[in-house]
Design a protein around this ligand. Structure first.
Ligand code: SIN
Length: 277
């Protein structure tokens, strides 16, 4: 197995492995690389949806079925992220998967099925690098804070529809998932490293601050996360796979391909209760 780092802060390309057929020794090496590089990329992986799920289970328990994302009929825990003619992607936001849950998602695994000839890349950023870029005074000020996260950003998106009584289906579903609180600075349960755990799609506010203070602080952290030196960008080809650590990263789907066909399968792995740093 060859593991080539793609930038100092985030991302590595892994070659010479078949994810559907990894032995335990190979998985241990891969897992270490996943913790070290935060997102791993693979080309030409042939994996059925069952094999995708079995591989994901090596990272932990799978997340339950998503409340409204489309999924495969037979494998409900395989989310289908799809663009087709007449159905372009919704507005894209920087985000970390499923932070609106009280127990958030540990890792996500995307497998490309169909890609536009050009465009449709995904960008990841290191939230550990964001922490390291802060001054000691800034770090100390953030350590005691918490933030509220909620499932509000999908209302009106292409995942939404109007129910018979004229209401948003997503808004109705979202009432079953009340807002949750997470530490702003999380200690990664495995590496022990601090990471800034906020994202513009699901973080509503920093608790205990005025609306204005919260907005200023969050925007400062979001701007920092957008620094190109903390990021890695991946161009998809059919068969490509990305595996990432949701605790130490955010990601962003680049929607520059109109409604050209693009289809990815996503499986997510459950994490554990977050501890502050
Ligand atoms: C995701 O946010 O999980 C999907 C990213 C993408 O469509 O590029």
């Amino acid at each position: 197995m060859n593991i080539t780092p793609l930038s100092p802060h985030i991302g590595a390309l892994v070659e010479g492995v078949e994810l559907a057929d990894l032995n335990d020794g190979e998985f241990d090496v891969l897992y270490r690389a996943y913790l070290d590089h935060k997102v791993l990329f693979f080309h030409n992986q042939s994996m059925t949806p069952e094999q995708h799920m079995s591989f994901a289970k090596r990272f932990g328990q799978l997340e339950p079925v998503h409340p409204f994302f489309p999924h495969l009929e037979e494998q409900e825990q395989v989310v289908v992220i799809e663009t087709s003619p007449g159905s372009p992607p919704s507005k894209s936001y920087w985000h970390t998967d499923l932070t609106w849950q009280s127990i958030p998602c540990r890792c996500s695994i995307l497998h490309a099925q169909l890609c536009p000839e050009a465009g449709g890349d995904t960008i990841w950023t290191s939230m550990e690098a964001v922490w390291l870029s802060l001054t000691p005074n800034e770090q100390n000020a953030l350590r005691r804070l918490t933030a509220t996260h909620a499932l509000h950003a999908f209302e009106g998106s292409r995942y939404d529809s109007v129910t018979e009584d004229g209401q948003s289906r997503v808004a109705k579903i979202s009432t079953q998932y009340p807002p949750v609180t997470h530490p702003l600075i999380v200690r990664h349960p495995e590496t022990g490293n601090p990471t800034v755990y906020v994202n513009e799609q699901f973080t509503r506010e920093v608790d205990g601050l005025s609306n204005e203070e919260s907005e200023v602080l969050l925007n400062k952290l979001y701007q920092r996360a957008r620094l190109p030196e903390f990021q890695i960008r991946f161009s998809w080809q059919p068969g490509a796979v990305a595996i990432w650590d949701n605790l130490s990263t955010q990601h962003f789907a680049v929607t520059d391909y109109g409604d050209k066909p693009r289809r990815l399968h996503r499986v997510t792995v459950r994490g554990e209760e977050l501890k502050s740093y």
